[in-house]
Design a binder for this molecule. Structure first.
Ligand SMILES: Cc1cc2nc3c(=O)[nH]c(=O)nc-3n(C[C@H](O)[C@H](O)[C@H](O)COP(=O)(O)O)c2cc1C
Length: 195
């Protein structure tokens, strides 16, 4: 199959990009609104773009009705956010936070998660997550219909149980989840070296 993009409809392109650019890590983004309401949402258009200093990016669409998602609104308002990583046991809670809630709903409460104060940003970290990156907004770049947000990492919190003193990560304990297309996800742990 070959598809010329200019002759291909948007839904087909969406399915192909989501299904073929895989596996994608999931940024589980916690933010706080100007009014002080906590918000969490997952984004798999996510990756690292610089290591020292670390810069991470997420790419967020509008809602179907054309309004900004709470995550984008909160980041543009406060210039701060936290990217938490999703481990297998948090999968269902992550999915819950992917549902659409009105801005006045605290998604920590909805998903049964614990807000933990961050050290450098106002947005709380997700206590149950094994990894959190406290970020300040580095750059905001609209790309066609997407809001691309780059965050400079101010602090990296890693649970001691998943990392040793040589910075080797134990994936059997970390159990990160990757996103594939449709309803498919990937468990990334166990023997995952390719020799
Ligand atoms: C695993 C997963 C990955 C997602 N990735 C994205 C993404 O990359 N970009 C996006 O705009 N929405 C993505 N979504 C949908 C958002 O999480 C969803 O629209 C959410 O309700 C936004 O919440 P907010 O309004 O609180 O920001 C994803 C959902 C799930 C479950």
């Amino acid at each position: 199959m070959e598809l010329v993009v200019k002759k291909t409809d948007e839904e087909t392109l969406y399915k192909l990009i989501l299904g073929l650019v895989v596996p994608r890590p999931i940024a589980w983004v916690s933010t706080v609104s100007k009014e002080g309401i906590y918000n969490i949402a997952p984004f798999s258009f996510f990756n690292a773009v610089n290591d020292a200093p670390p810069v991470l990016m997420i790419s967020v669409s509008d809602r179907d009705e054309g309004t900004l998602k709470d995550t984008v609104k909160n980041i543009l308002d406060t210039k701060e956010f936290v990217i938490n990583m999703v481990s297998e046991e948090l999968f269902e809670k992550m999915k819950k936070t992917g549902e659409e809630f009105p801005p006045e709903v605290d998604e920590f409460k909805e998903a049964g998660l614990t807000p933990e104060p961050s050290r450098f940003v106002v947005a709380p970290r997700i206590k149950e997550a094994k990894v959190s990156f406290e970020c300040k907004l580095y750059k905001y770049v609209p790309v066609y219909d997407m809001h691309v947000i780059f965050g400079e990492v101010l602090l990296i919190r890693v649970s001691d149980e998943i990392i040793d003193e040589n910075l080797n990560v134990n994936y059997e304990k970390y159990k990160p989840i990757g996103r594939l297309g449709g309803t498919y996800y990937l468990k990334v742990y166990g023997e995952c070296k390719i020799k």
